[in-house]
Design a protein around this ligand. Structure first.
Ligand code: ADP
Ligand code: MG
Length: 244
C-alpha cells in the first residue's frame, strides 16, 4: 500500500522552481532513498513529503487523504519522526533527550523508563545516559538523535543526511546498526543522502533527484547498475570510486 503520495508538486522560491515532481510515493515498509548532488532539492522533497513544508502547487496524500502542511493534526504529526544531519539535542542529559518525545505525549513514567532503557541499549549509549548531550562526539550525538526518533515508534521515519557529518568507521558501524533496526521494526523510511555507499547499504528503492526533478526511480540495485542517461553522470562518478 502507498502510505504517502505526492501529485503535481512544485516548489518555487522567488522566480526559481526548486522542485518539480508530478508523481512520487512511498510504499508501506519500504526504505526509500533519495540521492542527488548538493542543492538538487532532496531536503525540500523530504520536507514536502513529511508535511513540514507546504508546496507552492500540488497535493500530498497520507493514506489516501489529502493533507496540508500548515494544518496537520497532532495525530498525524505523531505518526512521523525526523532525524537530520545536525542532531539539535537539548542542553540536558542523554536520557532526558531520548525521553522527551514520550514525556510530551504524556506516556506513563514506567513505560518511558522501559522504552528509554531499551533504545539506549539498542544504540549502545546506555553508558552515556547521565552525560550532557552537548558534550558528546558526533557519532554519539547521532546515536542519541536516532534513538530519540525511533523511540516514538513512527509509522514513517524521515532521515536527512544523518550520517554525513560522521567519520568513515563511525558511519559504517552506525549504518549497519540502523539497517538492522529498520529491518527489525519494518519502519517505512525516507532516507536522503548524497552518498551512494550509504544509499546502497540501507535502501531497497531509490529516487535520483537532480535540478529539482526525480529523474529515475526504481529498485536501488537496478538504478545503480542501470542508471538512465540523466542519472548516469552522477551515479557513475560514484561507482568509479566504489571499485577502487
Ligand atoms: N530557505 C531557502 N532559501 C533560499 N534558497 C533555498 C532555501 N531552501 C532551499 N533553497 C534552495 O533550493 C535548492 C534545493 O535545496 P535543498 O532542497 O536543500 O537541496 P539538497 O538537500 O539536495 O542539497 C537549492 O538551490 C537551495 O539553495
Ligand atoms: Mg539537503
Amino acid at each position: 500500500m502507498k502510505i504517502l503520495i505526492l501529485k503535481d508538486i512544485k516548489v518555487q522560491l522567488e522566480k526559481q522552481i526548486i522542485l518539480d515532481v508530478p508523481e512520487f510515493s512511498i510504499n508501506e515498509g519500504e526504505i526509500l532513498g533519495i540521492i542527488g548532488p548538493n542543492g538538487a532539492g532532496k531536503s525540500t522533497l523530504l520536507k514536502i513529503v513529511a508535511l513540514l513544508q507546504a508546496p507552492t502547487e500540488g497535493r500530498v496524500y497520507y493514506k489516501g487523504e489529502e493533507k496540508h502542511a500548515n494544518d496537520v493534526s497532532l495525530f498525524i504529526r505523531r505518526k512521523f519522526a525526523v532525524a537530520l544531519q545536525q542532531s539539535l539535542l537539548f542542553d540536558t542529559n542523554v536520557y532526558n533527550n531520548v525521553a522527551l518525545g514520550l514525556k510530551l505525549r504524556k506516556a506513563p513514567k514506567k513505560e518511558i523508563h522501559e522504552r528509554v532503557t531499551y533504545w539506549l541499549t539498542k544504540f549502545q549509549i546506555s553508558h552515556l545516559a547521565k552525560k550532557n548531550a552537548k558534550s558528546l562526539s558526533g557519532g554519539e550525538a547521532q546515536r542519541v538523535n536516532l534513538a530519540r526518533a525511533l523511540i516514538l515508534e513512527p509509522e514513517v521515519l524521515f532521515l536527512d543526511e544523518p550520517f554525513s557529518a560522521l567519520d568513515f568507521p563511525t558511519k559504517v558501524q552506525l549504518l549497519k546498526e540502523v539497517k538492522e533496526i529498520l529491518n527489525e521494526t519494518s519502519t517505512t523510511t525516507l532516507f536522503v543522502s548524497h552518498d551512494l555507499i550509504e544509499i546502497n547499504h540501507l535502501t531497497n528503492s531509490l529516487a535520483v533527484v537532480i535540478h529539482g526533478r526525480v529523474i529515475q526511480h526504481g529498485m536501488t540495485k537496478e538504478v545503480i547498475n542501470e542508471p538512465n542517461v540523466d542519472a548516469a553522470p552522477f551515479l557513475l562518478n560514484w561507482k568509479e570510486l566504489y571499485t577502487i
